[in-house]
Design a binder for this molecule. Structure first.
Ligand code: FAD
Length: 237
């Protein structure tokens, strides 16, 4: 949460402390091993798993004995993208322009977590593709990019099938640009009846934040609840 400002970081640290959760910073998890079952009391380990860590400062390896490991890292790019002839950012996400198209191929769209959105001005700059920094991997961006991709794919499909309205080539059809919001409200459920909010530099921890999160989440999920959607549209003949 360090990118959400000092107040949010302080609130997260406070919550972790009250829940007696130890945070080890500057350590990279590199592998997990099952401890061998042995009857030898000298060899026998107290825990089932060993997590291997790398200290990112010293480069030294460390071992941490564990009962269980919950691996909760950030979003990763699918490996098969590396075999495609598309510009990718440093982490392997597909670079897209404001119309959510790959700059290498106008027929390829990418949106949501798999994409690295780059503004048209940045795309025209001299920065190497690997240096591009996309948007945070958060649902708020994916959800709003979806309708733009849908609209743009339809416009291209129409132009390819029926010809562009003004006789242009399909690749020159004017597409809808995606304009990302500059920030978003983050609400983190701390599973004790409270949640942490993060909005610009402001942050709160309270029960009302959890109730707000619950209201927003339920309202969003209700959009996909078949019982609330009404009858499906009749398919065209
Ligand atoms: C635990 C967790 C909690 C989160 N909470 C929040 C939150 O509270 N608020 C928020 O804004 N964001 C949250 N996020 C982030 C949010 O879920 C993602 O940013 C969002 O789901 C991205 O949407 P997407 O459609 O790009 O990708 P996804 O939702 O990951 O959808 C990708 C789909 O593509 C499918 N797929 C993958 N590879 C292939 C393939 N080769 N062929 C066919 N299909 C394939 C996958 O099965 C999946 O169904 C959370 C993420 C996680 C993991």
């Amino acid at each position: 949460m360090s990118d959400r400002g000092p107040k949010t970081s302080a609130n997260v640290e406070m919550k972790l402390k009250t829940r007696r959760i130890r945070v080890m910073e500057g350590k990279e998890a590199i592998s997990i091993f099952h401890n061998d079952e042995t009857e030898d009391p000298d060899q026998k380990k107290d825990f089932d798993l060993t997590l291997h860590l790398l200290d990112t400062q010293t480069g030294r390896g460390e071992e941490l004995e564990c009962d269980a490991v919950v691996w909760a890292t950030g979003a990763g790019a699918p490996l098969w993208l590396r075999n495609c002839d598309l510009p990718l950012d440093e982490q392997g996400f597909v670079i897209v322009s404001s119309t959510l198209q790959s700059p290498a191929d106008w027929r390829v769209f990418a949106a949501g977590d798999c994409a690295c959105f780059v503004s048209d001005a940045d795309l025209a700059s001299a920065a190497a593709p690997k240096e591009r920094r996309g948007l945070p991997k958060a649902g708020v961006y994916a959800v709003r990019e979806g309708p733009i991709v849908a609209e743009n794919v339809l416009r291209l499909a129409r132009a390819l099938l029926f010809g562009a309205e003004d006789g242009q080539e399909a690749r020159s059809v004017i597409l809808e640009p995606y304009v990302p919001q500059t920030t978003f409200l983050a609400l983190l459920n701390t599973c004790d009846g409270e949640a942490i909010s993060s909005w610009h530099e402001k942050s709160s921890v309270a029960g009302w934040v959890m109730r707000l999160k619950d209201y927003i989440d339920r309202r969003f999920m209700d959009r996909f609840n078949a019982a609330l959607l009404g009858p499906s549209p009749v398919p065209p003949r």
